[in-house]
Design a protein around this ligand. Structure first.
Ligand code: GUN
Length: 298
């Protein structure tokens, strides 16, 4: 068997297209254009790229993008005040504080400050609690992207066995609840799991979110499984020339492709879905805060 690619880039583009229409519809119906505020502290190069991409895609679908760039030595209380100001600004629908923050800042304290109604990252305790309790709320973006891709591959996910490798707060744990919401039978595996290869081979849907390059081997994948690779790892690529590198996921893509029915590539899989889901959360937040019905296609 040779897997087909589960194309996150195309799926994200289709979602952004629908969101662009939804933004138009909100503007026409209510005279309001949703706005996403992104706060970046410091000059971490990877974060700068992420923030630039978020801002560009926000504008491309017709929403307002508000960027707040603060120096790396910004005191924590100044950042907290900035978040409070964004909470209070009625024109701001979503707030994202780009992580990681500089070492002198307590990330948990900053996230706690974000109004849950504007928590488009889905990281506050209130958002996490609503997810666990099965109440409506803003869901974390990367795990939501995983579920959308799995549904794209399989349609209804009811009764499917889903193994998630990795128990992080950002991905593994929320992904488990989101797949549970889809009526999957969910197992979370982690570094202490016994016989991880055998457990992975039970999965109809295998989600890899460990942050270790190509850790999931081909023969860990059940024949016909759908593989969703959340990892983004940079490795040396001497075959491309001296000092060259390339991005790979947490799954050995070529080997897993021999067993899976569909598999997300890295790059071009889950990554693009994360930003598209952030834009979607901003539209959801704009509507929920004002009790507006959701436009079609969101
Ligand atoms: N840094 C890397 N990924 C993310 C994300 O999804 N949200 C935030 N806030 N920061 C990040």
């Amino acid at each position: 068997m040779s897997a087909s690619r589960l194309d996150g880039k195309a799926c994200a583009a289709a979602l952004r297209e629908r969101l662009g229409k939804a933004v138009q519809a909100l503007s026409t119906a209510h005279g309001h254009v949703p706005a996403l505020a992104v706060v970046l502290v410091g000059d971490d190069p990877a974060s700068q790229v992420y923030v630039r991409n978020k801002a560009r895609q926000t504008k491309e679908i017709g929403m307002h993008s508000i960027e707040h760039r603060l120096n790396a030595d910004t005191p924590q209380d100044v950042l907290l005040k900035r978040v409070q100001d964004l909470n209070a600004d009625p024109d701001v629908d979503g707030i994202l504080v780009q992580l990681p923050l500089p070492g002198h800042i307590d990330e948990a304290a900053v996230i706690k400050q974000i109004d849950p109604a504007k928590d488009v990252d889905g990281l506050t305790e209130a958002s996490a609690g609503r997810l666990v309790l099965g109440k409506p709320g803003l869901r974390p973006c990367t795990p939501t992207g995983c579920v959308i891709l799995a549904r794209e591959a399989l349609g209804d996910l009811s009764g499917k066995s889903c193994v998630i490798v990795g128990r992080s707060i950002l991905v593994g744990k929320p992904a488990a609840f989101l797949f549970l919401e889809q009526n999957c039978t969910v197992t979370i595996a982690h570094s202490r799991t016994h016989d991880l290869p055998a457990l992975c081979r039970t999965a109809d849907i295998l989600v890899a979110a460990v942050g270790r390059a190509q850790m999931i081997k081909g023969d860990w994948v059940k024949a016909g499984a759908v593989v969703i690779d959340v990892g983004i790892n940079r490795i040396d690529a001497p075959e491309r020339g001296e000092g060259k590198t390339r991005l790979v996921g947490d799954v050995d893509f070529d080997a897993a492709s021999l067993h899976a029915s569909q598999i997300t590539p890295v790059p071009g899989g889950v990554g693009p879905m994360t930003i598209a889901c952030l834009l979607r959360n901003t539209v959801l937040a704009a509507c929920a805060r004002r009790n507006w019905p959701l436009p079609e296609g969101v």
